[in-house]
Ligand binder design. Structure first.
Ligand SMILES: Nc1ncnc2c1ncn2[C@@H]1O[C@H](COP(=O)(O)OP(=O)(O)OP(=O)(O)O)[C@@H](O)[C@H]1O
Length: 288
């Protein structure tokens, strides 16, 4: 079981999302706790990205309530908010399955543009920013320092002035996470961050996510198919199948849950033992 002594960061209550005749998410309730890496897993089409789209304002859920509990005690009902307010006020940031960097801009510019909101506030939304009013200069310095901090932590300081599109794939993934972190999120939602990474790059990703959890007071909610990443770094795992939550617990609990095994193998619960036995036998035969 998840540790309920922890403080909730995101609470999802009875969330449903219907597309015509398809119930993509069906009465989902779950909690992501502060200081945790929570993974949302499940077979293809289980509804994981739809959940992300509901909580980041891309879809308005058919039913349900999604509450973000900020560190300062404020609470935000995300299903009622526009996407830009979810980032700016509720402090939820996300990345997408497909990399969405500004490829023609430099690595540093990608990190600066993520800090547009505080810079605009500091300029007081006037031309004063251009003429260098003190509050803008201070905010600009802080934005550059934050960008430099993240460049250092993703080992891209040397490539700060290169176009983002010229980076190797694994570095682009890390840059996306750094860009999301530059918005100052309290919850970071990552949609398949390990997709397309080789084992060494996945390893680096794990280290980056563990660093975010430890150093930044940012909870992470992660959709991921790479079970090495999920099982190694998650504190808490929620499993969806056909839009329904079928398991919720620690990596050890979820790994051995027959419902989860059945969902991943695409068989009914009662067939799990037989299939597991078959897999073990096949593996034994394959051994030299
Ligand atoms: N905008 C939409 N309109 C209609 N159906 C949709 C829409 N978005 C998602 N779906 C359907 O909802 C179901 C859940 O899709 P979703 O992308 O959330 O699954 P997923 O678990 O993220 O899958 P994957 O692991 O393959 O990314 C699928 O059957 C999908 O076809």
């Amino acid at each position: 079981m998840a540790d309920h002594a922890k403080t909730p960061l995101l609470t999802v209550e009875h969330l449903s999302m219907r597309f015509g005749g398809l119930l993509a998410v069906n009465d989902l309730s779950m909690t992501a706790y502060r200081g945790d890496i929570t993974a949302l897993i499940g077979p293809n089409g289980a509804g994981k990205t739809t959940v992300f789209n509901c909580l980041t304002g891309f879809y308005k859920p058919t039913e349900g309530r999604i509450t973000m509990h900020r560190n300062d005690g404020q609470e935000f009902l995300l299903e009622r908010m526009d996407d830009f307010r979810i980032t700016r006020n509720a402090r939820v940031a996300r990345t997408f399955q497909n990399i969405r960097l500004f490829g023609g801009m430099t690595v540093l510019e990608n990190l600066m543009i993520a800090q547009h909101n505080p810079l605009m506030r500091a300029s007081k939304q006037t031309i004063g920013g251009i003429f260098g009013i003190a509050s803008f200069k201070r905010a600009e310095k802080e934005a550059v320092e934050k960008a430099e901090y993240w460049l250092e932590h993703i080992n891209l300081t040397q490539r700060a002035d290169d176009a983002a599109a010229d980076l190797p794939y694994g570095d682009q993934r890390k840059l996306e996470i750094a860009r999301a972190m530059c918005t100052g999120p309290e919850l970071l939602c990552l949609d398949e961050p390990a997709a397309g990474l080789n084992p060494a790059e996945s390893d680096e990703l794990n280290k980056l996510l563990l660093f975010v959890r430890k150093e930044c007071d940012t909870g992470i909610l992660l959709i991921e198919h790479d079970m090495n990443v999920v099982m190694e770094i998650s504190d808490h795992i929620v499993v969806l199948d056909y839009g329904v939550k079928i398991a919720d617990g620690t990596a050890d609990e979820v790994r051995s849950d027959p419902k989860v095994i059945a969902a991943y193998l695409g068989v009914e619960d009662e067939e799990v033992d037989a299939v597991e036995h078959e897999i073990e036998e096949t593996a034994a035969e394959a051994r030299p």
